[in-house]
Design a protein around this ligand. Structure first.
Ligand SMILES: [Zn+2]
Ligand SMILES: [Zn+2]
Length: 174
Protein backbone atom coordinates (compact mmCIF):
# COMPACT_ATOMS: atom_id res chain seq x y z
CA UNK A 1 0.00 0.00 0.00
CA UNK A 2 1.03 3.61 -0.55
CA UNK A 3 3.18 5.03 2.19
CA UNK A 4 4.31 1.66 3.52
CA UNK A 5 7.93 0.64 3.56
CA UNK A 6 7.51 -2.23 1.05
CA UNK A 7 9.60 -5.35 0.53
CA UNK A 8 13.09 -5.08 2.05
CA UNK A 9 14.86 -6.02 -1.19
CA UNK A 10 12.94 -3.35 -3.11
CA UNK A 11 13.55 -0.62 -0.59
CA UNK A 12 16.70 0.72 -2.20
CA UNK A 13 14.79 1.37 -5.41
CA UNK A 14 11.87 3.17 -3.85
CA UNK A 15 13.37 6.66 -3.59
CA UNK A 16 14.17 6.42 -7.32
CA UNK A 17 10.61 5.40 -8.13
CA UNK A 18 9.33 8.19 -5.93
CA UNK A 19 11.55 10.75 -7.64
CA UNK A 20 10.33 9.58 -11.06
CA UNK A 21 6.72 9.87 -9.92
CA UNK A 22 7.33 13.37 -8.65
CA UNK A 23 8.75 14.42 -12.01
CA UNK A 24 5.76 12.88 -13.80
CA UNK A 25 3.24 14.65 -11.57
CA UNK A 26 5.06 17.97 -11.72
CA UNK A 27 4.65 17.85 -15.51
CA UNK A 28 1.09 16.61 -15.40
CA UNK A 29 -0.46 19.10 -13.00
CA UNK A 30 0.03 22.24 -15.16
CA UNK A 31 -1.74 20.43 -18.01
CA UNK A 32 -4.99 20.06 -16.06
CA UNK A 33 -7.72 22.02 -17.88
CA UNK A 34 -8.59 24.03 -14.78
CA UNK A 35 -7.41 24.09 -11.22
CA UNK A 36 -9.29 21.46 -9.24
CA UNK A 37 -11.79 22.72 -6.69
CA UNK A 38 -10.70 23.03 -3.13
CA UNK A 39 -11.30 19.68 -1.45
CA UNK A 40 -14.10 19.55 1.09
CA UNK A 41 -14.76 17.71 4.32
CA UNK A 42 -12.42 14.91 5.24
CA UNK A 43 -10.55 15.30 1.98
CA UNK A 44 -9.49 18.85 2.77
CA UNK A 45 -6.06 17.76 3.94
CA UNK A 46 -5.39 15.76 0.75
CA UNK A 47 -3.86 17.22 -2.39
CA UNK A 48 -6.59 18.54 -4.71
CA UNK A 49 -4.55 17.46 -7.75
CA UNK A 50 -3.32 13.95 -6.96
CA UNK A 51 -4.90 12.98 -3.63
CA UNK A 52 -1.64 12.49 -1.72
CA UNK A 53 -1.22 13.65 1.86
CA UNK A 54 0.82 16.81 2.48
CA UNK A 55 4.52 16.67 3.29
CA UNK A 56 4.36 19.79 5.47
CA UNK A 57 2.79 23.19 5.97
CA UNK A 58 4.23 26.43 4.64
CA UNK A 59 3.32 29.75 6.25
CA UNK A 60 3.73 32.74 3.95
CA UNK A 61 5.25 36.02 5.01
CA UNK A 62 4.70 38.32 2.02
CA UNK A 63 2.43 41.33 2.65
CA UNK A 64 -0.59 39.97 0.71
CA UNK A 65 -0.74 36.62 2.41
CA UNK A 66 1.27 37.03 5.59
CA UNK A 67 0.53 34.31 8.09
CA UNK A 68 -1.55 32.28 5.62
CA UNK A 69 -0.86 28.57 5.80
CA UNK A 70 -0.69 26.28 2.78
CA UNK A 71 -0.24 22.55 2.73
CA UNK A 72 2.23 21.25 0.17
CA UNK A 73 1.72 17.93 -1.57
CA UNK A 74 4.55 15.47 -1.07
CA UNK A 75 4.14 14.09 -4.58
CA UNK A 76 3.26 16.87 -7.02
CA UNK A 77 4.20 19.97 -4.96
CA UNK A 78 0.76 21.58 -5.35
CA UNK A 79 0.00 23.97 -2.51
CA UNK A 80 -3.46 24.54 -1.12
CA UNK A 81 -4.98 26.63 1.64
CA UNK A 82 -5.68 25.26 5.09
CA UNK A 83 -6.76 27.21 8.19
CA UNK A 84 -3.83 28.19 10.34
CA UNK A 85 -5.02 27.16 13.77
CA UNK A 86 -6.50 23.72 13.05
CA UNK A 87 -4.89 20.31 13.25
CA UNK A 88 -4.59 19.09 9.63
CA UNK A 89 -5.49 15.56 10.74
CA UNK A 90 -8.47 15.91 13.06
CA UNK A 91 -9.32 19.63 12.62
CA UNK A 92 -9.31 20.27 16.35
CA UNK A 93 -7.59 23.39 17.64
CA UNK A 94 -7.55 23.00 21.41
CA UNK A 95 -4.32 21.10 22.01
CA UNK A 96 -1.95 22.25 19.28
CA UNK A 97 1.66 22.58 20.31
CA UNK A 98 4.56 23.88 18.22
CA UNK A 99 7.76 21.96 18.84
CA UNK A 100 11.18 22.62 17.38
CA UNK A 101 14.79 21.69 17.98
CA UNK A 102 16.10 25.20 18.48
CA UNK A 103 15.02 27.83 20.92
CA UNK A 104 13.04 30.50 19.10
CA UNK A 105 15.78 33.13 19.30
CA UNK A 106 18.25 30.96 17.35
CA UNK A 107 15.78 29.72 14.79
CA UNK A 108 16.32 32.57 12.32
CA UNK A 109 19.60 31.24 10.96
CA UNK A 110 18.98 30.25 7.34
CA UNK A 111 19.44 26.56 6.67
CA UNK A 112 19.26 25.79 10.36
CA UNK A 113 17.12 22.73 10.98
CA UNK A 114 15.74 24.70 13.91
CA UNK A 115 13.44 26.55 11.48
CA UNK A 116 11.35 23.38 11.25
CA UNK A 117 8.47 23.25 13.65
CA UNK A 118 6.20 20.32 14.34
CA UNK A 119 2.56 21.25 14.66
CA UNK A 120 1.63 18.54 17.13
CA UNK A 121 -1.92 17.80 18.19
CA UNK A 122 -2.78 16.46 21.61
CA UNK A 123 -6.23 15.42 20.40
CA UNK A 124 -5.21 12.92 17.70
CA UNK A 125 -1.52 12.46 18.57
CA UNK A 126 -0.28 13.34 15.09
CA UNK A 127 2.08 16.04 13.87
CA UNK A 128 2.83 17.75 10.61
CA UNK A 129 5.92 19.89 10.08
CA UNK A 130 5.49 23.56 9.52
CA UNK A 131 7.94 25.89 7.80
CA UNK A 132 7.61 29.63 7.98
CA UNK A 133 8.91 32.03 5.36
CA UNK A 134 9.26 34.58 8.15
CA UNK A 135 12.03 32.38 9.56
CA UNK A 136 13.41 31.10 6.26
CA UNK A 137 12.52 33.05 3.13
CA UNK A 138 13.60 30.15 0.91
CA UNK A 139 11.69 27.47 2.78
CA UNK A 140 10.94 24.50 0.52
CA UNK A 141 8.87 21.92 2.40
CA UNK A 142 9.97 18.77 0.55
CA UNK A 143 13.72 19.45 0.90
CA UNK A 144 13.43 21.05 4.32
CA UNK A 145 11.51 18.04 5.56
CA UNK A 146 14.49 15.82 4.72
CA UNK A 147 16.88 18.39 6.20
CA UNK A 148 15.06 18.35 9.52
CA UNK A 149 14.78 14.63 10.16
CA UNK A 150 16.41 15.21 13.55
CA UNK A 151 13.09 16.66 14.65
CA UNK A 152 11.27 13.48 13.55
CA UNK A 153 13.80 11.34 15.39
CA UNK A 154 13.34 13.36 18.55
CA UNK A 155 9.55 13.17 18.41
CA UNK A 156 9.75 9.47 17.53
CA UNK A 157 11.91 8.83 20.57
CA UNK A 158 9.50 10.58 22.84
CA UNK A 159 6.67 8.48 21.38
CA UNK A 160 4.22 11.24 22.09
CA UNK A 161 3.38 12.11 18.52
CA UNK A 162 3.21 10.23 15.25
CA UNK A 163 4.40 11.70 11.95
CA UNK A 164 1.72 12.37 9.37
CA UNK A 165 3.76 14.16 6.70
CA UNK A 166 4.13 12.13 3.50
CA UNK A 167 7.50 12.38 1.78
CA UNK A 168 7.98 9.71 -0.91
CA UNK A 169 11.74 10.22 -0.76
CA UNK A 170 11.72 9.14 2.85
CA UNK A 171 11.07 5.59 3.89
CA UNK A 172 10.16 5.22 7.52
CA UNK A 173 10.03 1.76 8.91
CA UNK A 174 6.76 1.39 10.69
ZN1 LIG B 1 -0.43 16.30 -5.29
ZN1 LIG C 1 -5.34 16.39 15.58
Amino acid sequence: MAGEAGEPDMRGLMPLVAAALQVAWLRLVPTLPHAPKRPQGELRALCPCCGSPPVASLVESDPQSSGVRYLQCGLCATQWYFERSLCTLCEQSGKLDYLSLAPEADAAAVGDPGVAQAEACGDCGGYLKLFSRALDADAEPLADDLASLALDLLLGEEERYRRSGYNPLLIVEG
